[in-house]
Write a protein that binds this ligand. Sequence first.
Ligand SMILES: C[C@H](O)[C@@H](O)[C@@H](O)C(=O)CO
Ligand SMILES: [Mn+2]
Length: 593
Amino acid sequence: MANRLIGRLPKVGIRPVIDGRERGIRESLEVQTMNMAKAAASLIEENLRFPGGEKVECVISDTTIGGVAEAAMCADQFEREGVAVSLTVTPCWCYGTEVMDSNPSIPKAVWGFNGTERPGAVYLAAALAGYAQKGLPAFGIYGRNVQDAGDETIPEDVQEKIIRFVKAALAAAQMKGKSYLSIGYTSMGIAGSMVNPDFFQDYLGMRTEFVDMVEVKRRIDQEIYDKEEYEKALAWTRENCVEGEDHNAPEMQSDRARKDWEWETVVKMTLIFRDLMIGNPKLKEAGFGEEALGRNAIAGGFQGQRQWTDYYPNGDFSEVFMNTSFDWNGIREAFVFATENDSLNAVPMLFGHLLSNTAQIFSDVRTFWSAEAVKRVTGKELTGIAKDGIIHLINSGATTLDATGQHLDKDGNSVMKPFWEIDDEDVKRCLDNTRFCPGSKGYFRGGGYSSQFKTAGQMPVTMSRLNLVKGQGPVLQIAEGYTADIEDAVHKVLDKRTDPTWPTTWFVPRLTGKGAFKDVYSVMANWGANHGAISYGHIGADLITLASILRIPVCMHNVDEDKIFRPSVWNAFGEDKEGADYRACQNFGPMYK
Ligand SMILES: C[C@H](O)[C@@H](O)[C@@H](O)C(=O)CO
Ligand SMILES: [Mn+2]
Protein backbone atom coordinates (compact mmCIF):
# COMPACT_ATOMS: atom_id res chain seq x y z
CA MET A 1 0.00 0.00 0.00
CA ALA A 2 1.34 3.40 -0.96
CA ASN A 3 0.86 6.59 1.00
CA ARG A 4 -2.00 8.70 -0.22
CA LEU A 5 -0.64 11.95 -1.63
CA ILE A 6 -2.50 14.38 -3.84
CA GLY A 7 -1.32 14.75 -7.44
CA ARG A 8 -0.58 12.20 -10.13
CA LEU A 9 2.71 10.35 -10.31
CA PRO A 10 5.22 11.95 -12.68
CA LYS A 11 5.87 10.28 -16.04
CA VAL A 12 9.05 10.08 -18.07
CA GLY A 13 8.82 11.59 -21.55
CA ILE A 14 10.97 10.13 -24.32
CA ARG A 15 11.76 12.40 -27.26
CA PRO A 16 13.07 10.64 -30.37
CA VAL A 17 14.76 13.41 -32.36
CA ILE A 18 15.67 13.01 -36.01
CA ASP A 19 17.31 14.65 -39.01
CA GLY A 20 14.34 16.51 -40.53
CA ARG A 21 15.44 16.24 -44.22
CA GLU A 22 12.73 14.31 -46.05
CA ARG A 23 13.25 12.46 -49.38
CA GLY A 24 15.65 9.92 -48.05
CA ILE A 25 17.40 10.86 -44.82
CA ARG A 26 14.47 11.21 -42.42
CA GLU A 27 12.61 8.19 -43.80
CA SER A 28 15.69 5.98 -43.46
CA LEU A 29 15.99 6.89 -39.78
CA GLU A 30 12.37 6.77 -38.58
CA VAL A 31 12.31 3.15 -37.47
CA GLN A 32 15.73 3.14 -35.83
CA THR A 33 14.99 6.39 -33.96
CA MET A 34 11.60 5.22 -32.70
CA ASN A 35 13.14 1.90 -31.66
CA MET A 36 15.70 3.71 -29.55
CA ALA A 37 12.84 5.48 -27.77
CA LYS A 38 11.04 2.19 -27.23
CA ALA A 39 14.18 0.52 -25.90
CA ALA A 40 14.78 3.36 -23.46
CA ALA A 41 11.13 3.20 -22.31
CA SER A 42 11.36 -0.57 -21.72
CA LEU A 43 14.60 -0.18 -19.78
CA ILE A 44 13.03 2.43 -17.52
CA GLU A 45 9.69 0.67 -17.07
CA GLU A 46 11.31 -2.69 -16.33
CA ASN A 47 13.73 -1.32 -13.77
CA LEU A 48 12.13 1.52 -11.88
CA ARG A 49 9.35 1.75 -9.35
CA PHE A 50 8.04 4.49 -7.11
CA PRO A 51 8.40 4.08 -3.33
CA GLY A 52 4.67 3.32 -3.25
CA GLY A 53 5.35 0.28 -5.43
CA GLU A 54 3.78 1.65 -8.62
CA LYS A 55 5.63 1.04 -11.88
CA VAL A 56 7.22 4.03 -13.55
CA GLU A 57 5.50 4.93 -16.82
CA CYS A 58 7.01 6.43 -19.95
CA VAL A 59 5.34 8.50 -22.64
CA ILE A 60 6.92 8.41 -26.09
CA SER A 61 6.39 11.42 -28.34
CA ASP A 62 3.66 10.69 -30.91
CA THR A 63 6.09 11.49 -33.72
CA THR A 64 9.82 11.72 -34.10
CA ILE A 65 10.95 15.31 -33.77
CA GLY A 66 12.66 16.82 -36.82
CA GLY A 67 12.16 20.51 -36.11
CA VAL A 68 10.61 23.10 -33.87
CA ALA A 69 6.95 22.42 -34.76
CA GLU A 70 7.27 18.79 -33.77
CA ALA A 71 9.19 19.81 -30.62
CA ALA A 72 6.24 22.02 -29.66
CA MET A 73 3.73 19.23 -30.41
CA CYS A 74 5.74 16.93 -28.16
CA ALA A 75 5.88 19.54 -25.36
CA ASP A 76 2.11 19.90 -25.63
CA GLN A 77 1.58 16.14 -25.50
CA PHE A 78 3.93 15.80 -22.51
CA GLU A 79 2.11 18.52 -20.60
CA ARG A 80 -1.23 16.81 -21.16
CA GLU A 81 0.13 13.46 -20.05
CA GLY A 82 1.92 14.60 -16.88
CA VAL A 83 5.51 14.23 -18.03
CA ALA A 84 8.02 15.63 -15.53
CA VAL A 85 11.29 14.17 -16.79
CA SER A 86 12.64 14.39 -20.31
CA LEU A 87 14.98 12.02 -22.11
CA THR A 88 15.87 12.86 -25.69
CA VAL A 89 17.25 10.00 -27.80
CA THR A 90 18.74 9.92 -31.28
CA PRO A 91 20.98 7.83 -33.51
CA CYS A 92 21.69 10.63 -35.95
CA TRP A 93 22.49 14.22 -36.65
CA CYS A 94 19.59 16.59 -35.80
CA TYR A 95 19.23 20.36 -35.73
CA GLY A 96 20.58 21.24 -32.28
CA THR A 97 18.37 23.91 -30.75
CA GLU A 98 15.52 23.38 -33.21
CA VAL A 99 14.58 20.01 -31.75
CA MET A 100 15.52 20.74 -28.15
CA ASP A 101 13.28 20.54 -25.12
CA SER A 102 13.13 24.12 -23.93
CA ASN A 103 11.01 23.65 -20.79
CA PRO A 104 13.26 25.01 -17.99
CA SER A 105 11.42 23.25 -15.16
CA ILE A 106 11.86 19.70 -16.45
CA PRO A 107 15.16 17.89 -15.78
CA LYS A 108 16.59 16.69 -19.06
CA ALA A 109 19.06 14.26 -20.55
CA VAL A 110 20.11 13.47 -24.10
CA TRP A 111 21.27 10.03 -25.25
CA GLY A 112 23.18 10.19 -28.52
CA PHE A 113 23.83 6.78 -30.06
CA ASN A 114 27.56 6.23 -30.46
CA GLY A 115 27.62 5.07 -34.08
CA THR A 116 29.40 6.53 -37.04
CA GLU A 117 27.20 5.69 -40.02
CA ARG A 118 24.96 8.43 -38.60
CA PRO A 119 26.39 10.77 -35.96
CA GLY A 120 24.18 10.59 -32.86
CA ALA A 121 27.01 11.48 -30.53
CA VAL A 122 27.97 14.55 -32.52
CA TYR A 123 24.38 15.76 -32.38
CA LEU A 124 24.59 15.19 -28.63
CA ALA A 125 27.61 17.51 -28.45
CA ALA A 126 25.85 20.17 -30.52
CA ALA A 127 22.72 19.88 -28.41
CA LEU A 128 24.65 20.13 -25.15
CA ALA A 129 26.41 23.26 -26.40
CA GLY A 130 22.98 24.72 -27.13
CA TYR A 131 21.58 23.75 -23.75
CA ALA A 132 24.63 25.30 -22.05
CA GLN A 133 24.31 28.50 -24.05
CA LYS A 134 20.63 28.79 -23.14
CA GLY A 135 21.14 28.05 -19.44
CA LEU A 136 19.23 24.77 -19.45
CA PRO A 137 21.48 22.19 -17.77
CA ALA A 138 21.16 18.79 -19.46
CA PHE A 139 22.79 15.43 -18.81
CA GLY A 140 24.71 13.99 -21.78
CA ILE A 141 24.80 10.25 -22.38
CA TYR A 142 26.70 8.27 -24.99
CA GLY A 143 28.29 4.85 -24.83
CA ARG A 144 32.02 4.31 -24.56
CA ASN A 145 32.11 1.77 -27.39
CA VAL A 146 30.93 2.40 -30.96
CA GLN A 147 27.85 0.36 -31.88
CA ASP A 148 26.75 -0.78 -35.35
CA ALA A 149 23.79 1.05 -36.89
CA GLY A 150 21.53 -2.01 -36.57
CA ASP A 151 22.41 -2.73 -32.94
CA GLU A 152 19.31 -2.08 -30.84
CA THR A 153 20.80 -3.00 -27.48
CA ILE A 154 21.54 -0.37 -24.85
CA PRO A 155 25.11 -0.81 -23.61
CA GLU A 156 25.57 -1.22 -19.88
CA ASP A 157 27.29 2.12 -19.32
CA VAL A 158 24.42 3.88 -21.11
CA GLN A 159 21.84 1.92 -19.10
CA GLU A 160 23.49 2.96 -15.85
CA LYS A 161 23.40 6.63 -16.78
CA ILE A 162 19.80 6.56 -18.05
CA ILE A 163 18.63 4.86 -14.85
CA ARG A 164 20.64 7.17 -12.59
CA PHE A 165 19.31 10.28 -14.32
CA VAL A 166 15.67 9.12 -14.43
CA LYS A 167 15.66 7.95 -10.83
CA ALA A 168 17.03 11.28 -9.58
CA ALA A 169 14.81 13.36 -11.87
CA LEU A 170 11.72 11.43 -10.72
CA ALA A 171 12.73 12.01 -7.10
CA ALA A 172 12.84 15.76 -7.78
CA ALA A 173 9.48 15.57 -9.57
CA GLN A 174 7.81 13.67 -6.73
CA MET A 175 8.75 16.28 -4.13
CA LYS A 176 7.51 19.21 -6.17
CA GLY A 177 4.24 20.65 -4.88
CA LYS A 178 4.15 18.38 -1.79
CA SER A 179 4.55 19.60 1.77
CA TYR A 180 6.90 19.29 4.69
CA LEU A 181 4.73 19.18 7.81
CA SER A 182 6.28 20.73 10.89
CA ILE A 183 4.40 19.59 14.01
CA GLY A 184 5.63 22.03 16.61
CA TYR A 185 8.68 24.04 15.69
CA THR A 186 12.18 24.31 17.13
CA SER A 187 13.39 21.53 19.36
CA MET A 188 16.00 22.47 21.92
CA GLY A 189 17.61 25.10 19.71
CA ILE A 190 18.34 22.65 16.88
CA ALA A 191 18.81 24.82 13.79
CA GLY A 192 17.43 22.18 11.43
CA SER A 193 14.12 22.39 13.25
CA MET A 194 13.89 26.12 12.53
CA VAL A 195 12.15 25.01 9.36
CA ASN A 196 13.12 27.30 6.50
CA PRO A 197 10.25 27.78 4.04
CA ASP A 198 12.44 29.61 1.51
CA PHE A 199 14.77 26.65 1.20
CA PHE A 200 11.89 24.21 0.70
CA GLN A 201 10.17 26.45 -1.83
CA ASP A 202 13.20 27.53 -3.87
CA TYR A 203 15.21 24.34 -3.96
CA LEU A 204 12.61 21.58 -3.70
CA GLY A 205 9.45 23.30 -4.96
CA MET A 206 7.81 22.22 -1.70
CA ARG A 207 5.40 23.88 0.67
CA THR A 208 5.95 24.06 4.41
CA GLU A 209 3.00 23.52 6.73
CA PHE A 210 3.10 24.42 10.40
CA VAL A 211 0.84 22.85 13.00
CA ASP A 212 1.18 23.62 16.68
CA MET A 213 1.61 20.59 18.96
CA VAL A 214 -1.54 21.57 20.83
CA GLU A 215 -3.43 20.25 17.79
CA VAL A 216 -2.25 16.76 18.70
CA LYS A 217 -3.61 17.20 22.22
CA ARG A 218 -6.91 18.53 20.86
CA ARG A 219 -7.32 15.47 18.66
CA ILE A 220 -6.52 13.18 21.60
CA ASP A 221 -8.93 14.96 23.94
CA GLN A 222 -11.74 15.30 21.42
CA GLU A 223 -11.16 11.81 20.00
CA ILE A 224 -10.52 13.03 16.47
CA TYR A 225 -9.09 9.81 15.05
CA ASP A 226 -10.58 6.62 13.67
CA LYS A 227 -11.70 4.93 16.88
CA GLU A 228 -12.03 1.53 15.27
CA GLU A 229 -8.49 1.73 13.95
CA TYR A 230 -7.32 2.89 17.36
CA GLU A 231 -8.73 -0.22 19.06
CA LYS A 232 -7.08 -2.41 16.43
CA ALA A 233 -3.77 -0.53 16.74
CA LEU A 234 -3.74 -0.75 20.53
CA ALA A 235 -4.50 -4.48 20.53
CA TRP A 236 -1.78 -5.09 17.92
CA THR A 237 0.69 -2.99 19.89
CA ARG A 238 -0.03 -4.89 23.11
CA GLU A 239 0.53 -8.15 21.31
CA ASN A 240 3.57 -7.25 19.22
CA CYS A 241 5.52 -4.50 20.94
CA VAL A 242 7.24 -5.90 23.99
CA GLU A 243 7.75 -3.46 26.85
CA GLY A 244 11.41 -3.40 27.83
CA GLU A 245 13.18 -2.88 31.09
CA ASP A 246 12.51 0.35 32.96
CA HIS A 247 15.96 1.89 33.45
CA ASN A 248 14.67 4.81 35.52
CA ALA A 249 15.47 5.01 39.22
CA PRO A 250 12.64 3.34 41.15
CA GLU A 251 11.29 6.63 42.50
CA MET A 252 11.12 8.04 38.96
CA GLN A 253 9.23 5.11 37.44
CA SER A 254 5.59 5.50 36.44
CA ASP A 255 3.10 3.13 37.99
CA ARG A 256 1.28 0.53 35.88
CA ALA A 257 -1.84 2.62 35.40
CA ARG A 258 0.19 5.56 34.11
CA LYS A 259 2.26 3.26 31.89
CA ASP A 260 -0.89 1.84 30.31
CA TRP A 261 -2.17 5.34 29.70
CA GLU A 262 1.15 6.19 28.05
CA TRP A 263 0.78 3.20 25.71
CA GLU A 264 -2.71 4.39 24.76
CA THR A 265 -1.47 7.91 24.21
CA VAL A 266 1.48 7.01 21.99
CA VAL A 267 -0.75 4.86 19.79
CA LYS A 268 -3.18 7.77 19.42
CA MET A 269 -0.30 10.12 18.63
CA THR A 270 0.77 7.82 15.79
CA LEU A 271 -2.68 7.87 14.17
CA ILE A 272 -2.81 11.63 14.57
CA PHE A 273 0.63 12.29 13.06
CA ARG A 274 -0.29 10.20 10.02
CA ASP A 275 -3.69 11.88 9.65
CA LEU A 276 -2.07 15.29 9.90
CA MET A 277 0.28 14.35 7.08
CA ILE A 278 -1.97 12.63 4.54
CA GLY A 279 -5.50 12.97 5.90
CA ASN A 280 -7.96 10.17 6.51
CA PRO A 281 -11.38 9.73 4.84
CA LYS A 282 -12.67 8.13 8.06
CA LEU A 283 -12.50 11.51 9.79
CA LYS A 284 -14.95 12.98 7.28
CA GLU A 285 -17.47 10.28 8.13
CA ALA A 286 -17.10 11.37 11.76
CA GLY A 287 -17.85 14.98 10.82
CA PHE A 288 -14.30 16.31 10.55
CA GLY A 289 -14.04 17.19 6.88
CA GLU A 290 -11.18 19.65 7.27
CA GLU A 291 -9.08 17.25 9.34
CA ALA A 292 -9.83 14.46 6.85
CA LEU A 293 -7.90 16.28 4.13
CA GLY A 294 -4.46 16.31 5.76
CA ARG A 295 -1.56 18.42 4.54
CA ASN A 296 -0.32 16.49 1.48
CA ALA A 297 2.93 15.95 3.37
CA ILE A 298 5.61 13.80 1.76
CA ALA A 299 7.81 14.39 4.82
CA GLY A 300 7.31 15.73 8.30
CA GLY A 301 8.68 15.97 11.79
CA PHE A 302 7.61 16.28 15.41
CA GLN A 303 9.28 18.74 17.74
CA GLY A 304 8.55 16.73 20.87
CA GLN A 305 11.27 18.05 23.10
CA ARG A 306 10.72 19.90 25.15
CA GLN A 307 7.29 21.38 25.73
CA TRP A 308 5.43 18.22 24.69
CA THR A 309 7.79 15.71 26.27
CA ASP A 310 8.03 17.64 29.53
CA TYR A 311 4.32 17.01 29.96
CA TYR A 312 3.20 14.20 27.67
CA PRO A 313 4.66 10.86 26.45
CA ASN A 314 7.46 11.31 23.94
CA GLY A 315 7.13 10.79 20.18
CA ASP A 316 9.51 7.81 19.97
CA PHE A 317 6.96 5.04 19.45
CA SER A 318 5.06 7.11 16.89
CA GLU A 319 8.23 8.13 15.05
CA VAL A 320 9.25 4.48 14.91
CA PHE A 321 6.05 3.37 13.23
CA MET A 322 5.84 6.38 10.93
CA ASN A 323 9.30 5.48 9.61
CA THR A 324 8.75 1.71 9.52
CA SER A 325 7.44 -0.28 6.54
CA PHE A 326 4.66 -1.89 8.56
CA ASP A 327 2.21 -1.29 11.39
CA TRP A 328 -1.12 -2.74 12.62
CA ASN A 329 -2.54 -2.35 9.10
CA GLY A 330 0.15 -4.59 7.64
CA ILE A 331 3.12 -4.02 5.39
CA ARG A 332 3.13 -0.61 3.70
CA GLU A 333 5.32 2.22 2.48
CA ALA A 334 7.28 3.93 5.28
CA PHE A 335 6.77 7.63 5.91
CA VAL A 336 9.62 10.11 6.18
CA PHE A 337 9.35 11.58 9.64
CA ALA A 338 12.06 13.44 11.53
CA THR A 339 12.82 13.30 15.22
CA GLU A 340 13.12 16.72 16.89
CA ASN A 341 11.49 18.14 13.74
CA ASP A 342 14.95 18.33 12.19
CA SER A 343 13.76 19.20 8.71
CA LEU A 344 17.32 19.28 7.39
CA ASN A 345 17.58 15.61 8.25
CA ALA A 346 14.10 14.91 6.88
CA VAL A 347 15.25 16.21 3.49
CA PRO A 348 18.10 13.70 2.99
CA MET A 349 15.77 11.01 4.40
CA LEU A 350 13.28 12.00 1.72
CA PHE A 351 16.01 11.90 -0.94
CA GLY A 352 17.04 8.44 0.29
CA HIS A 353 13.46 7.16 0.37
CA LEU A 354 12.69 8.38 -3.14
CA LEU A 355 15.96 7.02 -4.55
CA SER A 356 16.05 3.65 -2.79
CA ASN A 357 12.33 2.97 -2.11
CA THR A 358 13.23 1.83 1.41
CA ALA A 359 12.63 3.08 4.96
CA GLN A 360 15.15 5.59 6.33
CA ILE A 361 17.16 5.69 9.54
CA PHE A 362 17.23 8.93 11.56
CA SER A 363 20.09 9.11 14.02
CA ASP A 364 22.25 11.28 16.16
CA VAL A 365 25.81 11.03 14.88
CA ARG A 366 26.82 10.57 18.45
CA THR A 367 30.29 9.24 19.16
CA PHE A 368 33.48 8.23 17.38
CA TRP A 369 34.94 5.25 19.16
CA SER A 370 38.59 4.70 18.24
CA ALA A 371 40.00 1.19 18.55
CA GLU A 372 42.15 2.51 21.41
CA ALA A 373 39.19 3.95 23.33
CA VAL A 374 37.21 0.74 22.87
CA LYS A 375 40.18 -1.27 24.17
CA ARG A 376 40.46 1.01 27.16
CA VAL A 377 36.84 0.75 28.25
CA THR A 378 36.08 -2.85 27.26
CA GLY A 379 39.47 -4.54 27.28
CA LYS A 380 38.63 -5.88 23.82
CA GLU A 381 39.85 -5.29 20.27
CA LEU A 382 37.60 -4.07 17.50
CA THR A 383 37.84 -6.52 14.61
CA GLY A 384 36.82 -6.93 10.96
CA ILE A 385 35.54 -3.81 9.21
CA ALA A 386 35.32 -2.11 12.63
CA LYS A 387 39.05 -2.42 13.31
CA ASP A 388 39.87 1.24 12.60
CA GLY A 389 37.06 2.64 14.72
CA ILE A 390 33.30 3.01 14.58
CA ILE A 391 30.72 5.77 14.68
CA HIS A 392 27.85 5.33 17.10
CA LEU A 393 24.60 6.17 15.34
CA ILE A 394 21.98 6.27 18.04
CA ASN A 395 18.75 8.15 18.17
CA SER A 396 17.09 9.43 21.29
CA GLY A 397 14.52 6.68 21.20
CA ALA A 398 13.15 6.29 17.68
CA THR A 399 14.36 4.57 14.53
CA THR A 400 12.64 2.61 11.81
CA LEU A 401 12.37 -1.06 12.75
CA ASP A 402 13.54 -1.85 9.20
CA ALA A 403 16.98 -0.90 10.60
CA THR A 404 17.07 -3.86 12.98
CA GLY A 405 18.77 -5.70 10.12
CA GLN A 406 16.09 -8.37 10.41
CA HIS A 407 14.86 -8.35 6.82
CA LEU A 408 16.74 -11.30 5.35
CA ASP A 409 17.57 -12.05 1.72
CA LYS A 410 17.41 -15.59 0.36
CA ASP A 411 20.90 -16.33 1.68
CA GLY A 412 20.05 -15.12 5.17
CA ASN A 413 21.91 -11.79 4.92
CA SER A 414 20.57 -8.66 6.60
CA VAL A 415 19.04 -6.21 4.11
CA MET A 416 16.45 -3.43 4.10
CA LYS A 417 13.78 -4.19 1.53
CA PRO A 418 11.25 -2.04 -0.28
CA PHE A 419 7.93 -2.78 1.37
CA TRP A 420 6.61 -4.98 -1.43
CA GLU A 421 9.45 -7.47 -0.85
CA ILE A 422 9.02 -7.65 2.93
CA ASP A 423 7.31 -10.78 4.24
CA ASP A 424 5.62 -11.64 7.53
CA GLU A 425 8.73 -13.40 8.83
CA ASP A 426 10.79 -10.23 8.29
CA VAL A 427 8.19 -8.24 10.22
CA LYS A 428 8.16 -10.75 13.05
CA ARG A 429 11.95 -10.70 13.36
CA CYS A 430 12.01 -6.87 13.43
CA LEU A 431 9.50 -6.85 16.28
CA ASP A 432 11.08 -9.76 18.17
CA ASN A 433 14.42 -7.97 18.16
CA THR A 434 13.07 -4.71 19.53
CA ARG A 435 12.11 -3.74 23.06
CA PHE A 436 10.11 -0.63 23.89
CA CYS A 437 11.63 0.62 27.10
CA PRO A 438 9.99 3.30 29.24
CA GLY A 439 11.62 6.57 28.23
CA SER A 440 14.35 8.08 30.33
CA LYS A 441 12.47 10.34 32.77
CA GLY A 442 15.41 12.71 33.17
CA TYR A 443 15.00 13.63 29.52
CA PHE A 444 11.35 12.81 29.03
CA ARG A 445 9.32 13.83 32.09
CA GLY A 446 6.11 12.75 30.38
CA GLY A 447 7.39 9.23 29.74
CA GLY A 448 6.67 7.32 26.56
CA TYR A 449 8.44 4.33 25.02
CA SER A 450 11.78 4.33 23.26
CA SER A 451 12.74 1.65 20.77
CA GLN A 452 15.77 -0.38 21.73
CA PHE A 453 17.69 -2.58 19.31
CA LYS A 454 21.09 -3.13 17.81
CA THR A 455 21.34 -3.20 14.01
CA ALA A 456 22.36 -6.69 12.93
CA GLY A 457 24.48 -7.66 9.97
CA GLN A 458 26.91 -5.86 7.73
CA MET A 459 24.71 -3.83 5.44
CA PRO A 460 25.84 -1.32 2.81
CA VAL A 461 24.44 2.08 3.82
CA THR A 462 24.83 5.73 2.90
CA MET A 463 24.68 8.48 5.50
CA SER A 464 23.80 11.96 4.28
CA ARG A 465 22.90 15.33 5.66
CA LEU A 466 21.80 18.72 4.37
CA ASN A 467 23.05 21.89 6.01
CA LEU A 468 22.07 25.49 5.40
CA VAL A 469 24.98 27.92 5.38
CA LYS A 470 24.28 31.63 5.51
CA GLY A 471 25.51 33.27 2.33
CA GLN A 472 26.06 29.94 0.60
CA GLY A 473 22.71 28.20 0.88
CA PRO A 474 22.22 24.43 1.21
CA VAL A 475 25.08 21.92 0.99
CA LEU A 476 24.85 18.13 1.05
CA GLN A 477 27.30 15.71 2.64
CA ILE A 478 27.46 12.02 1.89
CA ALA A 479 29.33 9.09 3.45
CA GLU A 480 28.94 5.60 2.04
CA GLY A 481 29.89 2.75 4.34
CA TYR A 482 28.64 -0.30 6.20
CA THR A 483 26.84 -1.15 9.36
CA ALA A 484 29.08 -3.16 11.67
CA ASP A 485 27.82 -5.93 13.90
CA ILE A 486 29.88 -5.43 17.04
CA GLU A 487 30.11 -8.36 19.43
CA ASP A 488 27.56 -8.09 22.23
CA ALA A 489 30.09 -7.84 25.04
CA VAL A 490 31.59 -4.69 23.48
CA HIS A 491 28.26 -3.28 22.29
CA LYS A 492 26.69 -3.49 25.73
CA VAL A 493 29.50 -1.58 27.44
CA LEU A 494 29.53 1.20 24.83
CA ASP A 495 25.75 1.40 24.59
CA LYS A 496 25.32 1.71 28.36
CA ARG A 497 27.48 4.81 28.43
CA THR A 498 24.86 6.63 26.32
CA ASP A 499 21.34 5.47 26.98
CA PRO A 500 20.54 1.76 26.98
CA THR A 501 16.93 2.39 25.93
CA TRP A 502 17.82 3.76 22.49
CA PRO A 503 18.38 2.10 19.08
CA THR A 504 21.98 1.70 17.92
CA THR A 505 23.57 1.32 14.51
CA TRP A 506 27.37 1.00 14.37
CA PHE A 507 28.67 2.68 11.23
CA VAL A 508 31.95 2.36 9.41
CA PRO A 509 32.43 4.77 6.50
CA ARG A 510 34.41 3.65 3.44
CA LEU A 511 37.74 5.45 3.66
CA THR A 512 39.67 6.97 0.79
CA GLY A 513 42.70 8.03 2.83
CA LYS A 514 42.14 11.67 1.83
CA GLY A 515 40.45 14.73 3.36
CA ALA A 516 37.25 14.02 5.27
CA PHE A 517 37.68 10.32 4.51
CA LYS A 518 41.24 10.06 5.77
CA ASP A 519 40.04 7.99 8.71
CA VAL A 520 36.83 7.26 10.61
CA TYR A 521 37.50 10.06 13.08
CA SER A 522 37.65 12.61 10.25
CA VAL A 523 34.25 11.60 8.92
CA MET A 524 32.65 12.34 12.27
CA ALA A 525 34.74 15.50 12.71
CA ASN A 526 33.57 16.78 9.32
CA TRP A 527 29.89 16.05 9.88
CA GLY A 528 27.97 19.33 9.74
CA ALA A 529 25.28 18.69 12.35
CA ASN A 530 24.15 16.44 15.19
CA HIS A 531 22.02 14.22 12.94
CA GLY A 532 22.42 11.97 9.91
CA ALA A 533 19.98 10.29 7.53
CA ILE A 534 20.98 6.74 6.75
CA SER A 535 19.71 4.93 3.71
CA TYR A 536 20.11 1.30 2.72
CA GLY A 537 22.60 0.65 -0.09
CA HIS A 538 25.29 2.73 -1.68
CA ILE A 539 23.25 5.55 -3.12
CA GLY A 540 25.91 8.28 -3.01
CA ALA A 541 26.10 8.58 -6.80
CA ASP A 542 22.31 8.89 -7.05
CA LEU A 543 22.34 11.57 -4.34
CA ILE A 544 25.00 13.51 -6.23
CA THR A 545 22.95 13.41 -9.44
CA LEU A 546 19.81 14.50 -7.57
CA ALA A 547 21.69 17.31 -5.80
CA SER A 548 22.92 18.63 -9.15
CA ILE A 549 19.37 18.66 -10.52
CA LEU A 550 18.32 20.69 -7.48
CA ARG A 551 21.50 22.86 -7.67
CA ILE A 552 22.61 21.83 -4.18
CA PRO A 553 26.41 21.50 -4.06
CA VAL A 554 27.95 18.44 -2.41
CA CYS A 555 30.59 19.44 0.14
CA MET A 556 31.82 15.99 1.18
CA HIS A 557 31.52 12.54 -0.35
CA ASN A 558 33.39 9.28 -0.89
CA VAL A 559 31.83 8.24 -4.19
CA ASP A 560 34.11 7.01 -7.00
CA GLU A 561 34.76 9.72 -9.54
CA ASP A 562 33.66 7.40 -12.37
CA LYS A 563 30.15 7.25 -10.93
CA ILE A 564 29.63 10.98 -10.66
CA PHE A 565 27.00 12.07 -13.15
CA ARG A 566 25.97 15.71 -13.37
CA PRO A 567 24.68 17.95 -16.19
CA SER A 568 27.42 18.22 -18.78
CA VAL A 569 27.67 22.00 -18.46
CA TRP A 570 29.20 21.40 -14.99
CA ASN A 571 32.40 20.64 -17.00
CA ALA A 572 32.51 24.27 -18.05
CA PHE A 573 33.11 25.34 -14.45
CA GLY A 574 36.54 23.76 -14.09
CA GLU A 575 38.22 20.40 -13.88
CA ASP A 576 38.08 19.98 -10.13
CA LYS A 577 34.66 18.38 -9.80
CA GLU A 578 33.79 19.64 -6.33
CA GLY A 579 34.76 23.25 -6.99
CA ALA A 580 32.97 23.12 -10.34
CA ASP A 581 29.84 21.83 -8.59
CA TYR A 582 29.76 24.87 -6.30
CA ARG A 583 30.26 27.28 -9.16
CA ALA A 584 27.67 25.61 -11.38
CA CYS A 585 25.04 25.48 -8.60
CA GLN A 586 25.70 29.12 -7.84
CA ASN A 587 25.48 30.09 -11.51
CA PHE A 588 22.19 28.35 -12.26
CA GLY A 589 20.59 28.87 -8.86
CA PRO A 590 17.76 26.89 -7.29
CA MET A 591 15.31 25.09 -9.59
CA TYR A 592 12.18 26.93 -8.46
CA LYS A 593 13.33 30.49 -7.84
C1 LIG B 1 17.18 13.23 24.91
C2 LIG B 1 18.13 14.21 24.36
O1 LIG B 1 17.61 15.50 24.54
C3 LIG B 1 18.40 13.94 22.90
O2 LIG B 1 17.22 14.11 22.21
C4 LIG B 1 19.51 14.77 22.36
O3 LIG B 1 20.72 14.21 22.77
C5 LIG B 1 19.52 14.75 20.88
O4 LIG B 1 19.06 13.81 20.29
C6 LIG B 1 20.09 15.89 20.14
O5 LIG B 1 19.96 15.72 18.78
MN1 LIG C 1 18.75 14.01 18.14
